[in-house]
Ligand binder design. Structure first.
Ligand code: UDP
Ligand code: MG
Length: 311
């Protein structure tokens, strides 16, 4: 098997057929052995039925059906676990990652690049908030992490077998695939493309899912927020110490103290706020820690047409 294409699918019934046809048109001319691996991430629409219909007619179509919605990153991870190709392509099921780019990505892979990702030159049809938050997130991430995670790139890419096998050995539950790939450290190269609008349907990424992904990315690759909590603790304590000196001075030496209701309220509220933020940051890390300690399976498969021993 030369190429496995992993496609996470969450309520993409209106896109699966078009995607399949465009994938065939793009990949068949390369003349390689390939598989199309659809991971149905708990869709509530007809996505699975359509995929199974394709699988019944075309042996290159394989699928994994999750018992519920586990999230895109976990769906990709399941695909990586089962993929049999020497090269593995990852792309969204909504045609925002154009299949027509695969031959070019594959050609680069064949030149010996372990990771070829597709970078978004422009993005159309997405809300201003989404663009702004995405932009901010990518920039923040590169600033505060030690690994250099490519800016303005999603998971659309081709990786080789070695990268895939290494990824499969990474046990953490907070999957942030593009971060993991950068952490592993093989050289990466990229192509640029103009990211189109989603073909049909609605985005499966709610704001809560986006925030979760962002926090997973940050907490998995940076301890800076924890350090910031500590530093702000020191700064606030320093200020508190100065205020204390001043209080003692006015109480015992200048003796011109007044009932300081407003300053009291301000310092209590400020300190309370800082403490809650710090506890919240610690909480984000601890919740991820405990998730990893529980050691539950990453995903549960309902059904699949992939034989047990493969992958
Ligand atoms: N997706 C998924 N599980 C989810 C949400 C999304 O597998 O919980 C898939 C979705 O079907 C698509 C890809 O992940 O193939 C990207 O999602 P989407 O297009 O909804 O995100 P956006 O492009 O709006 O960020
Ligand atoms: Mg999309």
């Amino acid at each position: 098997m030369d190429l496995s294409v992993i496609i996470p699918v969450y309520n993409e019934a209106a896109n699966v057929l078009v995607l399949y046809q465009r994938l065939l048109q793009a990949i068949q001319p390369i003349g390689i052995r390939y598989e199309l691996l659809f991971v149905n991430d708990g869709s509530t629409d007809q996505s699975l039925a359509i995929i199974k219909e394709l699988a019944a007619r075309d042996i290159t179509v394989r699928y994994i059906d999750f018992t519920r919605n586990f999230g895109q990153q976990i769906a990709i991870s399941a695909g990586l676990d089962k993929a049999m190709g020497q090269a593995i392509a990852i792309l969204d099921g909504d045609l925002q990652d154009p299949p027509e780019l695969i031959p070019e990505l594959y050609a680069r892979y064949q030149q010996g690049h372990p990771v070829v990702y597709a970078r978004r030159r422009t993005r159309v049809g997405e809300s201003a908030t989404k663009l702004a938050t995405a932009r901010l997130f990518y920039r923040l991430l590169t600033r505060i992490t030690h690994v250099s995670i490519p800016v303005d790139a999603g998971d659309f890419r081709i990786i080789n077998r070695k990268v895939t096998d290494t990824l499969k050995q990474m046990p953490e539950r907070q999957k942030f695939i593009r971060g993991q790939i950068s952490w592993i450290g093989f050289p990466q190269t990229f192509l640029e493309y103009d990211r189109p609008e989603r073909n049909q349907g609605r985005s499966g990424y709610s704001y809560s899912k986006m925030i979760r992904l962002a926090l997973d990315g940050i907490t998995s690759y940076s301890n800076l927020p924890l350090k910031m909590a500590t530093v702000s603790g020191f700064v606030v304590s320093g200020i508190a110490f100065l205020v204390m000196l001043y209080t003692l001075y006015s109480r015992f030496i200048s003796r011109d103290y007044v009932p300081g209701w407003s300053s009291l309220m301000m310092s209590i509220l400020f300190l309370g706020g800082v403490q809650l933020i710090a506890i919240g940051i610690i909480g984000e890390y601890i919740s991820r820690l405990s998730e990893n300690v529980r050691n539950r399976p990453l995903y549960i498969i309902n059904e699949t047409n992939i034989p047990e021993e493969s992958g």
